[in-house]
Write a protein that binds this ligand. Structure first.
Ligand code: CO8
Length: 372
């Protein structure tokens, strides 16, 4: 079987930042307005008063201190509470394609690959800005790449599942050099009026180049030694919005938003994640002592600490399981790739690491990587 590598990675980070303090101040202003407007109903017990959010809670419960967003305007205005931006026109690439272009250019540079050499593009993310034509095909045209392109969505595991598709396409002979992009434009899907979830997500885009080891000329490549994917249905992380929404008589104002049962996710997903990583380590005949890095999904600091302890049997050392969610927040499928992109340079030839995503579906994607 052909050896396949990740020969380059790229990261586009929006310049605008929202700190927990800014987010909480705006949310609490909204709470004051809501409670004042509904004072009578609250007094009569027909409406429940809203409670304040808190920066301390957010940081302790999630590890998140700030997040990058494409459009800060509107999000912090208690009378708007969503990003404000224009509907993309037919002749301007939408945000997700523009983010992908920026991340792709970095990944191509690192992999020493030109756009003409790319013959498959996969746009893999938790949301697509439109149903069709595929965002990846627009990106293909802007880059001047050949071959074919498609979009796919496995929520937080979109990136790892797409990389495994890329490996299979290369081994199956339908592609030689694959660009995977993960534009996570999450902020429009965040319910900034929900205390439980207003702090969770940020916007970002990652990119990776995947190719056969024999064609690789990058000095920072990682061999994909093992891949293990798993899905198991759960309603605990859900978004209802779809193309049928306008047909329903009972309009659901919460339909466009991300919602979850965070505690249940925590409890149900972790054993699944730990089991899949351990199974793949056993398959590759690796023990905890063989692992130099754990590039894990970035949803919650406590979840990552738990998973790492289960896998290594001890607390991680600094940068052994790097966290980026303090500054990026949860960036869905891009999270583990950001960690990989930022914390892969120190590994030496032969060193192993695990890149693992987990999230809605449920879905888990585990890749065992070895520095070439
Ligand atoms: N400020 C103050 N207090 C709060 C706040 C807040 N903002 N929010 C909740 N509280 C209160 C609650 O009301 C509760 O109070 P009480 O004890 O009186 O009932 C108390 O704090 C504890 O609440 P929780 O039990 O909910 O708190 P947790 O410790 O569980 O922390 C988390 C909440 C951080 C959400 C945590 O449960 C978590 O991170 N779980 C993991 C979830 C996870 O990994 N989900 C994956 C989602 S990502 C994904 O799959 C991608 C989907 C697609 C992406 C879409 C892009 C938008």
């Amino acid at each position: 079987m052909k050896n396949v590598v990740i020969s380059g990675s790229g990261l586009f980070t929006p310049t605008s930042v929202i700190t927990n303090q800014e987010l909480v101040a705006s949310f609490n202003q909204y709470v004051d307005q809501f409670n004042a407007q509904h004072a009578n109903e609250i007094a009569q017990g027909t409406v429940e008063a809203l409670a304040y959010s808190s920066s301390e809670f957010i940081e302790k419960a999630s590890g998140i201190k700030a997040r990058h967003v494409l459009y800060k305007d509107g999000i912090l205005d208690p009378n708007v509470m969503h990003p404000i931006f224009n509907r993309p026109s037919e002749d301007v690439a939408p945000e997700m394609v523009q983010m992908a272009l920026a991340a792709a250019e970095q990944a191509m540079l690192q992999a020493n690959k030109t756009a003409e050499e790319i013959d498959l593009i996969i746009c893999a993310a938790s949301n697509m800005q439109r149903a069709y034509p595929a965002l990846s095909i627009e990106l293909q045209q802007l880059l001047g790449a050949s071959g074919y392109a498609f979009d796919m969505n496995v929520a937080c595991s979109s990136a790892t599942f797409a990389i495994s598709n890329a490996v299979n396409a290369i081994r199956g002979g339908t592609a030689k050099v694959v660009l995977v992009v993960n534009p996570e434009f999450a902020s429009p899907q965040v319910n900034y009026r929900s205390r439980d979830s207003h702090f969770i997500f940020g916007d970002v885009c990652t990119a990776t180049i995947i190719e056969a080891e024999e064609s690789c000329s990058s000095d920072n490549a990682f061999r994909i030694k093992g891949m293990r994917l798993r899905t198991q249905f759960s309603n605990n992380i859900r978004c209802e919005v779809g193309y049928t929404e306008h047909c329903f008589n009972d309009k659901d104002p919460l339909a466009p938003f991300f919602k979850q049962q965070g505690r249940k996710v925590f409890k149900e997903l972790l054993p699944l994640v730990a089991g899949i990583i351990q199974d793949e380590m056993a398959q590759q005949q690796l023990t905890a002592a063989d692992l130099k890095r754990l590039w894990l999904h970035q949803a919650n600091i406590n979840m990552n600490i738990f998973a790492v302890k289960k896998i290594l049997g001890r607390d991680p050392e600094q940068d052994e399981a790097p966290l980026v969610l303090d500054t990026y927040a949860n960036t869905a499928s891009a999270g583990s790739i950001i960690a990989f992109h930022k914390y892969k340079q120190e590994l030496n030839s032969g060193d192993h690491g695990i890149l693992c995503s987990f999230g809605a579906g449920y879905s888990v994607g585990c890749l065992i990587l070895q520095k070439c």
